[in-house]
Design a protein around this ligand. Structure first.
Ligand code: TYM
Length: 329
C-alpha cells in the first residue's frame, strides 16, 4: 500500500485554502492509503511565535483536523516536534542541499520581501525540513495546494540526489497529489492572490455564519459587466472560482449565464456563495467546539500518532544512517 503524508503549519486557524487545497484530500485518502498527517510546529518557528502561544497553535490545528474528519483509527495524526528523527534527517539532507537552489525558491524570495528583518537560516532551509518530513516516512503521495508544488520538486531533487550519492534506493520520489485533477489554488476575497493566513483575506473553518456572510459581502467586485460575454476581471473570477469549489454545478451555471447576459446581481451571487460556504464549514465549526475541551481524547490521539510516526521514522533513519556510514563502537 502506498504511503501518504502531509502537514499544515501551526499558525492560526485553518481557512478555506487549507481545507479545499489540502485537508479535504487527506480525509478522502484515509481509506485507501497508509496515511501520516502532522502539525508542522517546527516550521512555524521561522516567525518566532511567543512560547506562551505556541502550544495553543498546535492544539488549534489538531482540533480542526479532527473536526474536519481526520480519523485517528485510520491515520497517524502527530505533532512534527514529537518525532525527533525528522530533525536528524533534516541535518543530513542539509549537507546535500545547495545555497543557490534554496535561494531560488519562490517562497524564500517572498519571505525575504515580507520579513526582511528576519531572514533566518530556517527560512532558507524550509524546503529541506519539508523534504525531511516527507522522506522520513518514504511517502509516495503528498496532498498539497498549488503553492507547495515547488517544495515537492525540491523533495524529489533531494531524494534523487541522496539515492545517487550513496548508491541506494532508500527514498521514493514523492509526488504532489490532488484527487482527479491539478493542484488547487483557492483565491482570497480581496480580489487578488491566494487565500492565506497572514493575508487577512480568508474565511476560516472556525468562523460563524454572521462572520462568513460579512466577509463574503465585503469581497471585492466591480460595477458589473456592460457587454454580453465579456471577460471577467480577476476579482470576479476569484468569486466564481470559490463558487465552483463550494456550490453545485447548477448554481455555477446559473450565475455564469447571468454574468454572460449582464443580468447578474453581485449581491445575490455573494449571498449564495456565503450560504454554500456555511454548508461546508458550520458542521466542522460545531465539532471543533466539542473537541477543543476534550483533553484526554487529544492526548490519546497525539500519543498514538507519535508512536506510529516514530516507528516508521526510526526504521527509515536506521537505514539512512547505515547508508551514510554511521557505525556505533
Ligand atoms: P501551510 O500551512 O501554508 O498550508 C497547508 C496546506 O494548505 C494548502 N494551502 C492552500 N491550497 C490552496 N489554496 C490556498 N489558498 C492555500 N493556502 C494553503 C497548502 O498548499 C498546504 O498543502 N510547508 C507547508 C507545511 C508542511 C508540509 C510538509 C506539507 C511542512 N512539511 C510536508 C506537506 C509535506 C506549509 O506551510 O503549508
Amino acid at each position: 500500500m502506498e504511503t501518504v503524508l502531509s502537514g499544515i503549519r501551526s499558525t492560526g486557524h485553518l481557512h478555506l485554502g487549507n481545507y479545499f487545497g489540502a485537508l479535504r484530500n487527506y480525509i478522502k485518502m484515509q481509506d485507501e492509503y497508509n496515511c501520516f498527517f502532522f502539525i508542522a510546529d517546527l516550521h512555524s518557528l521561522t516567525t518566532h511565535p511567543h512560547p506562551a502561544d505556541f502550544h495553543a497553535g498546535v492544539k488549534t490545528i489538531l482540533c480542526e483536523y479532527l473536526a474536519s474528519g481526520l480519523d485517528p483509527q485510520k491515520s497517524a495524526i502527530f505533532v512534527q516536534s514529537d518525532v525527533p528523527e525528522v530533525s536528524e534527517l533534516y541535518v543530513l539532507l542539509n549537507m546535500i542541499a545547495y545555497k543557490g537552489e534554496l535561494e531560488r525558491t519562490a517562497s524564500f524570495k517572498e519571505k525575504v520581501r515580507k520579513q526582511e528583518d528576519n531572514v533566518n537560516a530556517g527560512l532558507l532551509t524550509y524546503p529541506v525540513l519539508m523534504a525531511a518530513d516527507i522522506l522520513i516516512h518514504r511517502a509516495h503521495k503528498v496532498p498539497v495546494g498549488k503553492d507547495q508544488e515547488q517544495h515537492l520538486e525540491m523533495a524529489r531533487v533531494l531524494a534523487r540526489r541522496f539515492n545517487n550519492m550513496y548508491g541506494t534506493d532508500v527514498f521514493p520520489e514523492p509526488q504532489a497529489f490532488n484527487f482527479g485533477s491539478d493542484l488547487v489554488k483557492v483565491p482570497g476575497l480581496d480580489g487578488s492572490g491566494k487565500m492565506g493566513k497572514s493575508e487577512g483575506n480568508g474565511v476560516y473553518l472556525i468562523d460563524d455564519e454572521k462572520t462568513i456572510h460579512k466577509k463574503v459581502m465585503k469581497a471585492v467586485t466591480d460595477s458589473g459587466p456592460t457587454e454580453p460575454n465579456s471577460k471577467m476581471p480577476d476579482s470576479i473570477e476569484n468569486i466564481f472560482t470559490l463558487l465552483k469549489i463550494v456550490s453545485t454545478p447548477d448554481t455555477v451555471a446559473h450565475f455564469t449565464e447571468a454574468y454572460n447576459n449582464c443580468s447578474i446581481r453581485y449581491g445575490d451571487l455573494k449571498k449564495q456563495l456565503a450560504a454554500d460556504i456555511c454548508k461546508h464549514t458550520l458542521p466542522i465549526r460545531e465539532r471543533i467546539e466539542e473537541i477543543y475541551n476534550d483533553e484526554a481524547y487529544l492526548h490519546n490521539v497525539a500519543k498514538r500518532g507519535r508512536e506510529l510516526a516514530r516507528e516508521s521514522a526510526s526504521a527509515t533513519l536506521r537505514e539512512v544512517r547505515a547508508v551514510v556510514g554511521f557505525k556505533s563502537f
